[in-house]
Design a protein around this ligand. Sequence first.
Ligand code: PLP
Length: 385
Amino acid sequence: MDANATTPLLPEVLEAMRPYWMEHFGNASSIHLHGQQAHAAVDRARTTMADFLNCHAAEVVFNSGGTEGDNTALFGLLRPGDHFVTTAIEHSAILEAAKRLADRGVETTFVAPRPSGLIDPEAIRRAMRPETGLISMMLANNETGVLQPVEEIGKMAKEAGVYFHIDAVQGAGKVELDVRRFGCHLLSISGHKMHGPKGVGAMFVRRGTPVEALLVGGSHERRRRAGTENVPGIVGLARAAEAAMHSLEDGTIERVAALRDRLEAGLLEIGGTGVNGGWDGGERVPRVANTTNMWFDQLEGEALVIALDLKGVCISGGSACHSGATEPSHVLMAMGLDKTRARASLRFSLLKTATEDDVDYVLKVVPEAVGHLRALSPVAAGTAG
Ligand SMILES: Cc1ncc(COP(=O)(O)O)c(C=O)c1O
């Protein structure tokens, strides 16, 4: 139940990668046979990724994953005096990069979401200034699963002549990616969130976008990312992308959505629970199929995470450990939850291989654990400080 943290390799991904560790171990830059075999594998993978993203193969840059893609977009495009627009609910790969850019003379506006977790495009428009050099926004939020209106932002960016980066790490494999439709100049994805390997990812860089390389050295990836290519990783990423494209068409996503909806409905029956980021003005907010974020009154989310771990259920809480202190999620706080409710929130994120039995089991153990913890809770007893 923690697929947004990471996912296992699909068996076919492992099989596709296997020859590139030993038999075909060549360096894709070498001109001899071993090198050429590796080079051909990287080229094939690039074509698959171009298909996955709907771009040209030359616009695909392989890298180490989402953090690198996010950092490359920001450090590669923004210069002192530029203004940067992003949102308050981004991943730390964006937020921490923006913090560092502040020391380098780049001012950032962090646009807050609506209580539903949705970013209002008009709020992005209002945040823009003549010196805005880049807008960066996530496609799907990692904590709530809420899908953001990237196409509208893409149009706005085009009208204003501003570069637009999308962190699509949590959308890849869950919704169709189409960089032309999104209207972005840059887009980042990560292998390990879509049943590919860890430490490998890809970035779409629209032709002509003057993004400076984060890593310099050899002339790999058309000088956009130096470093010997991770050939097995790249092959695995492309195989995972193929599987993802298949899953978008074979009913897998609908099946996962139905499981998530059943899970959510079952958990709501516990009482004193609710969904974070579910509704906006009486309308359902679009979300990726596999995610629900819920609050459980009178609970510390962390206590429930531990109790469920003991029952073999892995979930994430609405708080994160920063410098030794447990802080409520910045995403839930930005949505306007109070600290207690944010701390009482949990993210359930299903693998695409999840089954009815998995959901049955979770629906058996969560109500038990919640009941038990509430009975012990100082919050419930009214003694909380
Ligand atoms: C939205 C989002 N962006 C970026 C990242 C970072 O990706 P990676 O783990 O590949 O560095 C994550 C990972 O949790 C994420 O959820």
